[in-house]
Write a protein that binds this ligand. Structure first.
Ligand SMILES: Nc1ncnc2c1ncn2[C@@H]1O[C@H](COP(=O)(O)OP(=O)(O)O)[C@@H](O)[C@H]1O
Ligand SMILES: [Mg+2]
Length: 238
């Protein structure tokens, strides 16, 4: 399998008639296993929409998405909820941890969703927290974690299902530069060591040093950027 994600001619419009918003206008992109890409662009340029389509949350208006080679939309009738649970991990700007559960319990909850319980779940949760260097915070409630620690727990939770793809929407926006960079470095480690394809929306150009390439969006289109770290454009099928 060559690509984790292959998106071709993706378009998405919300609403219709004179209130129609064209959020994406023909986006082409590919991500291989183990690659970490940043998605950048001004507010309203379509970044979240792109993540939601790749995350099997929102259907595109036009175009095609192959997830590990499998055609996802276009009336394939696939069980998207199941596929999402099995293959995708999400990380949000604010960690979205459940406030009344400890760090470890938050990870356990994700393991339960994929049918892992008991001692096995316990061991796996601790292994994930160790991997994200927050094992010593396992028993803390989110309010007793720093912002950076919360995001590390959120990454651990996103890894629970051993996903093919991790989608992160501005995961470092609420962190200072040092903590933001440390989260990006962990995402880089995950991508390289686990072979996970990772897409991270970020506004922070300081994070670029950690990524394999940048996908730049402007008004729903991919735009060229200077430098060598440019997403290569696959051939359109049309
Ligand atoms: N559910 C929605 N309904 C209508 N318009 C939407 C919806 N989601 C996003 N949009 C519009 O689509 C455009 C792209 O939004 P979005 O993907 O959230 O961009 P970004 O994440 O880059 O800020 C914006 O003009 C936004 O207002
Ligand atoms: Mg957004």
């Amino acid at each position: 399998m060559e690509y984790a994600i292959q998106a071709t001619d993706l378009s998405k419009s919300y609403g219709q008639g004179h209130t129609q918003v064209d959020a994406l206008k023909g986006v082409n992109m590919t991500v291989r296993p183990g690659e970490l890409f940043a998605i950048m662009g001004p507010s309203g340029s379509g970044k979240t929409t792109l993540l939601m389509i790749l995350g099997l949350v929102t259907e595109p208006s036009e175009g095609r998405v192959l997830l590990e080679g499998q055609n996802i939309y276009n009336g394939t009738g696939l069980d998207l909820q199941r596929l999402r649970r099995e293959k995708i991990g999400f990380i949000f700007q604010f960690s979205n941890l459940i406030p009344f559960l400890t760090a470890k319990e938050n990870v356990l909850l994700s393991l339960e969703l994929i049918g892992i319980f008991g001692r096995q779940a316990d061991a796996r949760a601790m292994e994930l927290l160790e991997y994200l260097e927050v094992a010593d915070r396992a028993g803390n409630l989110p309010e007793h974690l720093s912002g950076g620690e919360r995001q590390r727990v959120a990454v651990a939770r996103a890894l629970a299902n051993n996903p093919a793809i991790i989608l992160a929407d501005e995961p470092t926006a609420a962190l200072d530069t040092e903590r933001g960079l440390s989260v990006m470095r962990l995402l880089r480690k995950v991508s390289k060591e686990q072979g996970t394809a990772i897409l991270v929306v970020t506004h922070d150009t300081r994070m670029i040093s950690e990524v394999d390439g940048v996908i730049r969006l402007m008004d729903g289109r991919m735009v060229e950027s200077d430098g060598s770290k440019q997403q290569s454009q696959p051939q359109s099928s049309r």
